[in-house]
Design a binder for this molecule. Structure first.
Ligand SMILES: *Cc1c(COP(=O)(O)O)cnc(C)c1O
Length: 375
């Protein structure tokens, strides 16, 4: 920890443990202390830590080919693109290395495809920290020191489709929304919201981007969060759990939109390299073994159990699948410190919301233990 302070640029507020190993929903620190991990790398380790299918896929690919340039074809990148197109019900994929990069790609594609410049995003939105992604991220604290950001972005209240309708102009290229807001505090919209947004975009010839970076790959009990409401975007943005813990992002688009990106319009040196593609296919294979339904079932169980706590500090428990937030009437940081000391890793978003995003392989017994400690 002392050396970190010396050599690593101090942009993170870290909890004071050093994590060394992980398996399933558990991690161990360098002193061998065991924790139940309800952070999961922030909704990344959906298949659990070191899932055998991810580990062996990485091992096999590492011995064959780790990297080559997108100047050439690889079979494994095309295999993964076909798989992701089929899972998302969209057509074509661009690979990159993070959520922010996938958002950047979506904003560039939206401008190119629409020949328009402006964007609409929601209050409470989080889309990443690069200049474009930050421009559609709501939180003043993240933006202030880095202005001017890209112009022409309007923020409207989340879960209010009339506000979208009123904000759209002839210059609006796209509306970007999280199907369920993550960093904004685990905000689940009302049932008609995404469909109304879809119709408003269709009526005004505006593209609809869903940022499924956090809600994707089973986190909410469906493959993708927007599938709870059966609404298809023009562009979907993916990252986090996409490749079982390796850095990868992807932008998926309808063919009619994707076609507007031409050779040379966008690129990434590492994007879709053979090692991450192998890991991603391994992770998807693991998810297909019942983990999506398990997320729905275990999420319901966890919400029910948390609801039984009935403490005066608890304002509300909400979420879908294993993307759950517990809103408190107090700052939650002292609670997550105490939980960690008792063997449960949690984190706090928007100061007063404790987030539960454990690996989807978490067991009932582990959930019972988490709730007991929290109690
Ligand atoms: C985490 C997150 C991002 C940013 O992803 P990075 O990989 O950290 O760049 C973007 N959108 C949403 C919804 C996220 O949760």
């Amino acid at each position: 920890m002392d050396k970190d302070a010396l050599y690593v640029i101090q942009t993170y507020t870290r909890q004071p443990i050093v994590i060394a190993e992980g398996k399933g929903a558990n991690v161990w620190d360098i002193n061998g202390r065991e924790y139940i991990d309800c952070v999961a790398g922030i909704a990344v380790n959906n298949v659990g830590h070191c899932h055998p299918k991810v580990v062996s896929a990485i091992q096999r690919q590492a011995e064959r080919l780790i990297h080559t340039s997108n100047l050439y074809y690889t079979e494994i990148q095309v295999e993964l693109a076909e798989k992701i197109a089929s899972l998302t019900k969209l057509d074509k994929v661009f690979f990159c290395n993070s959520g922010a990069e996938a958002v950047e790609a979506s904003l560039k594609l939206a401008r190119k495809a629409s020949n328009k410049t402006d964007f609409i995003a929601a209050h409470g939105s989080f889309h990443g920290r690069s200049m474009g992604a930050l421009s559609v991220t709501y939180k003043e604290k993240y933006r202030k020191s880095f202005e001017p950001l890209i112009p022409g972005v309007k923020f409207v209240p989340y879960d209010d489709s009339e506000a979208i309708k009123n904000a759209i102009t002839k210059k609006t290229a796209a509306v970007i929304l999280e199907p369920i807001q993550g960093e904004g505090g685990v905000n689940v919209p009302s049932d008609g919201y995404l469909r109304a947004a879809r119709e408003i975009c269709d009526d005004s010839d505006t593209l609809l981007i869903f940022d499924e970076v956090q809600t994707g790959f089973g986190r909410t009990g469906r493959w993708f969060g927007s599938m709870h409401w059966e609404v298809l975007p023009d562009i979907m943005v993916l990252a986090k759990a996409i490749s079982g813990g390796l850095p990868m992002g992807a932008m998926v688009a309808k063919d009619s939109v994707a076609q507007k990106f031409q050779r040379g319009d966008h690129a990434s040196t590492f994007g879709g390299n053979p090692l991450v593609c192998a890991a991603s296919l391994g992770a998807i294979d693991a998810l297909e073994e019942g983990l999506i339904d398990r997320s729905a079932k275990m999420g319901k169980y966890l919400i029910e159990k948390l609801g039984e706590l009935r403490h005066e500090y608890i304002k509300e428990v909400r979420g879908k699948g294993l993307m759950i937030g517990m809103e408190l009437k107090i700052d939650g940081n002292s609670i997550i410190d105490k939980a960690r000391e008792k063997g449960v890793l949690l984190n706090c978003i928007s100061e007063n919301v404790i987030r539960f995003a454990p690996p989807l392989v978490i067991t009932k017994e582990q959930i019972d233990r988490v709730v007991e400690i929290l109690g």
